[in-house]
Structures are given as structure tokens and as C-alpha cells.
Design a protein around this ligand. Structure first.
Ligand SMILES: *[C@@H]1O[C@H](CO)[C@@H](O)[C@H](O)[C@H]1NC(C)=O
Ligand SMILES: [Cu+2]
Length: 228
């Protein structure tokens, strides 16, 4: 009985966490880990907490994954879907990086990442803070219309802030999908950042107590969104 309860508790804990194994292309959710590189936590669903770790990029050092590349049109809707919901309170950033050639062999090294989408927190002068990304199954955003055609990594980053009041407490749920963008434009995405490198972990939106005192304002981590 005791071991059953321990197992039940473990399962309950694990089920509260999440991965992002699917894209949503043309309104259809792709099967798990087909167009998204399989992450180390595909079983445990455990987050990354070290923003300087090489695994902070695509969290796939142990799986050595290959993925298929999904075709999307610039200006169209692209989604990223979890295996449940974004259970914890927090915020979302979506980054992209252009591969010089085939994205399947692109590691994403260097200052190549730009932000295409975010969901931040809503504050109210210290009387309340809310997290629109909390509890949703996934996110959908517009592939920037002026994004040049070519192959890209798309990196989902859901930052859970429920225990973020000490350094390393914020939990990052991340994965990288592969897309081939068609019908693109001639924009110049930026600002460009390296991942890891984009955060130190001391940003006010990462090292934060969301409970007390209630934050008066919230600063979304990372560069501004490039909307093309
Ligand atoms: C709120 O704004 C102040 C002043 O700009 C800044 O110092 C602080 O870090 C911000 N807090 C958060 C949680 O973003
Ligand atoms: Cu958790």
C-alpha cells in the first residue's frame, strides 16, 4: 500500500509537468516528436533550471534526436502544443533561428536566435498578477510575414515561476521544432541572441517571487519580439 501511494504521488507529480512534443501546422497537431526534436525529459517531463547549460537550447543532449521538417508559410499561423497543459504559472517565449542549410543538421550555435512571440504576465500596480499562459494546452502565433524563406529551428520556452524566488528556481520547459518557411519576405530578424547566453538567471522576470509582495510590474525576459 505504501509503495502504491508513493507511486501514485510520483505519477501525480510527473503529470503536473509538461513537454512540448508537437507543432500545429495548418490547424492540425503533429504527432509527438515527429517535427519536434525529442527532449531528454520525454519521460520525466522534468524542467531545465540552469540557463547556462548547453541543454538550455533544445534539451536534447541525451536523445540525439532527428526530426522531420514541417512546411509553413510566412504570415500563417503556427502552433506549439504541450502533452497536457502549461500547468504552472509563468510566461512564454518562442524563438527562431535560421539554418544556413538543412535545419536537420543545424545546432543553433551563435547569435542566431530572435524572438517571434511571447506571453507575459499581467500586473495591476501590486494588487494582482496573472499569467495568461497558465493552464493553456499550447500557443499559436503568426510566422512573421517578412521572415525570409528557409529552414528554421523554432524553440518553445515556457518559464514556470511558482518557485522562482531563489536563483535557479525558475523552471524552463523547452523544445525545438523544425520548420521550412515558404513564401517568405525580405525582413531582417533581430535582435539576435545566443541560447544559452540570452539569460543570466538574475533577470527580474526570472528571479522573482510572484506571491509576496505581489509584483507591481513584470519584465519579460529576453529581447523584444520581432514581428516582421
Ligand atoms: C519593475 O520595475 C522596476 C523599475 O523599472 C524594476 O527595477 C524592477 O526590476 C521591475 N520588476 C520586475 C519584476 O520586473
Ligand atoms: Cu512543476
Amino acid at each position: 500500500m505504501k509503495s502504491f501511494l508513493a507511486l501514485a504521488a510520483l505519477v501525480a507529480t510527473a503529470s503536473a509537468h509538461y513537454t512540448f512534443p508537437s507543432l500545429v501546422v495548418g490547424g492540425a497537431t503533429t504527432p509527438a516528436w515527429v517535427n519536434v526534436r525529442k527532449t531528454n525529459n520525454f519521460n520525466t517531463q522534468a524542467p531545465v533550471t540552469d540557463v547556462t547549460s548547453p541543454d538550455f537550447r533544445c534539451y536534447d543532449s541525451a536523445t540525439n534526436p532527428t526530426a522531420q521538417t514541417a512546411t509553413v508559410s510566412a504570415g500563417s499561423q503556427l502552433g506549439i502544443m504541450s502533452d497536457g497543459t502549461i500547468y504552472h504559472p509563468g510566461v512564454v517565449n518562442v524563438y527562431m533561428a535560421k539554418a544556413p542549410g538543412d535545419v536537420g543538421s543545424f545546432a543553433g550555435d551563435g547569435d542566431v536566435w530572435f524572438k517571434v512571440y511571447q506571453i507575459t504576465a499581467e500586473t495591476n500596480g501590486g494588487s494582482s498578477i496573472s499569467f495568461p499562459a497558465e493552464g493553456v494546452p499550447g500557443v499559436t502565433f503568426t510566422v512573421p510575414k517578412n521572415l525570409p524563406s528557409g529552414q528554421y529551428l523554432v524553440r518553445m520556452e515556457a518559464i514556470a515561476l511558482h518557485v522562482a524566488s531563489t536563483y535557479g528556481g525558475a523552471q524552463f520547459y523547452i523544445s525545438c521544432g523544425q520548420v521550412n518557411v515558404e513564401n517568405g519576405g525580405s525582413g531582417t530578424p533581430g535582435p539576435l541572441v545566443a541560447i544559452p547566453g540570452v539569460y543570466t538567471g538574475y533577470e527580474p522576470g526570472i528571479l522573482i517571487n510572484i506571491n509576496y509582495p505581489i509584483p507591481k510590474n513584470y519584465t519579460q525576459p529576453g529581447p523584444a519580439v520581432w514581428s516582421g
